[in-house]
Design a protein around this ligand. Sequence first.
Ligand code: KIV
Length: 297
Amino acid sequence: MSSHPSPALQAPADPGRLPMTLPLLAEKKRLGEPIVMVTAYDYPGARAAEEAGVDIVLVGDSAATTVLGYSSTTPVSLDDMLVLARAVRRGLRSPLMVGDLPFGSYEVSDERAIETAVRMVSEAGCEAIKMEGGGPAALSRARAIVGAGIPVMGHVGLTPQSATALGGWKAQGRTAAAAARIAQEALALQEAGCFSIVFEAVPAAVTEEIVRRIEVPVIGIGAGPATDGQVLVFHDLLGIRDGLGPRFVKRYANILEEMTAGVAAYAEDVRLRRYPGPEHVYKIDPAELEELRSQLA
Ligand code: KIV
């Protein structure tokens, strides 16, 4: 599969920056250079990620909670994800674009998983997909998608689509047995052909033990500093949603506060008739205006 989507889907190439590729990611791991990944769900988010020079952009199914207002990730549909991913595609040039397979779009069979992954690539310009889980069914789906020529990023530890089955939104791998299961799943996903694996909400010491046994880049979210890279949800790191979120989130801005203050200032201006001002209005030739008045009279 080409790692360069159709020009119709993608922003024009930036001659100053090499597009991120799977070999470049592997090279970053080899050199010990941290890999930066962030989620995006729309054109402005993609532009911010592009301009900031991140390596990987994930159109995450976290879109369900961040931009669609659901309380979990399971309600987001494949059609929703395709709309969001296309908007991201139009804003991205250099980072590798990965699309999350939403809940219900890949579990039932390998064929269904391939169909979904193909749509993420051909209809939205994703260069790779991410899917959750490392059990026997997930491994079969990952192998099938890789076999169809689409790069797959795995995801172990806290997998939000199965949060209920995992006992809620909490760290995973806190007993030796549970940690060993994460190690086993990660190794199996690597064996299935995944080019990278996300570790979510795993104790830092457990991550450290596993990462040194994994050859593909491991990207962490709440998994400590030993991973080859980090990913955060755009809305968490920029403070675009209420609450502080999980303990691993570091806030780099308070955009929701800024947005609310901006809308409140606009509302006040309208109510006090301060907006629009003379600088915001269109003009008409006085003779034309006079003519209009006589016509209306
Ligand atoms: O959907 C998402 O944002 C994710 C990241 C947390 C890795 O899966």
